[in-house]
Write a protein that binds this ligand. Structure first.
Ligand code: UTP
Length: 256
């Protein structure tokens, strides 16, 4: 059973202009709730009880938000008995490093990794779709979506083997491939169901691009070690870490 999740939200947010307001706190939708609140709501609706948020000094405002949440979120937290944990990543050592900080909290439990700036509008909460597939295959699951061929070089791209409609076995994973080298146009997006094996691999992963520990490098090792799956999830994703993504999200998001 997956009941724990981690949201890394310690990035520098260089694409977001307001340096002292974490991009995860930008308001979106009818109620102008912060982006990260939608991620938390998705997790709660997916059956998650424990949520670890990785922040950094200067992002206290995230912790403050969930300790004094808006009324409707407060009710959701209470009804579902949700516990929040926080830890700091004070050096920008990369997403892989941020995930490794979750080790102590996850122990041997499988968990959901949800990026703090990707938000998904869907019928079934996106994390729930991953958990259902994890329960079926008992192996790590990554959310993917079809992207236009000219954009593959912005994403991690999988080399897929189709199992059934929307579900793939992952042969390999390549970070930001050139268009001509891309094995598919199925891009990794910000939701993962992972097993604790990822921690040993991350601990051995050397810094890669930008001198950061790259999660993709570790996932590549993991998919060679054991069967790993991808789901073309149902729903629409917004990269609320950039302005265009937020403008699009504005049009469709109603909270709770
Ligand atoms: P991004 O790739 O969007 O990086 O991180 P970033 O640094 O936040 O922002 P840009 O690209 O410079 O504008 C994806 C997710 O991983 C987290 C971020 O907070 C974001 O939710 N992250 C990234 C960390 O927690 N720590 C890191 O060292 C890097």
């Amino acid at each position: 059973m997956i009941t724990k999740a981690v949201i890394p939200a310690a990035g520098r947010g260089t694409r977001a202009g307001a340096r002292h307001i974490p991009k995860e706190m930008y308001p979106v939708g009818d109620n102008q709730y912060p982006i990260i609140q939608y991620v938390v709501e998705e997790l709660i609706h997916s059956g998650i009880d424990d949520i670890l948020i990785i922040t950094r000094t200067g992002k206290r405002v995230i912790e403050d938000h969930f300790s004094q949440p808006p009324e409707d979120l407060a009710r959701l937290i209470e009804e579902n008995n949700i516990t929040f944990f926080y830890t700091n990543q004070d050096e920008p050592k990369g997403l892989g490093h941020a995930v490794l900080l979750a080790r102590k909290y996850m122990g041997n439990s499988p968990f959901i990794l949800a990026l703090g700036d990707d938000i998904v509008k869907s019928e079934t909460p996106c994390a729930r779709q991953l958990i259902d597939l994890y329960n079926f295959y008992r192996g790590p699951v990554i959310a993917v979506e079809e992207v236009p061929e000219e954009r593959v070089s912005r994403y991690g791209i999988i080399s897929p083997e189709k199992i059934r409609e929307g579900v793939y076995f992952i042969n390999d994973l390549i970070e930001k491939p050139a268009q001509e080298d891309a094995p598919s146009s199925l891009a990794v997006v910000g939701r993962y169901a992972l097993t604790s094996e990822i921690f040993d691999i991350l601990a051995d992963t050397k810094p890669g691009i930008n001198n950061e520990i790259q999660l993709t490098d570790a996932l590549q090792v993991l998919c060679k070690r054991r069967a790993m799956y991808a789901i073309e999830y149902e729903g629409q994703r917004f990269d609320a870490g950039d302005r265009d993504g937020r403008i699009e999200a504005e049009k469709v998001f109603n909270s709770l």
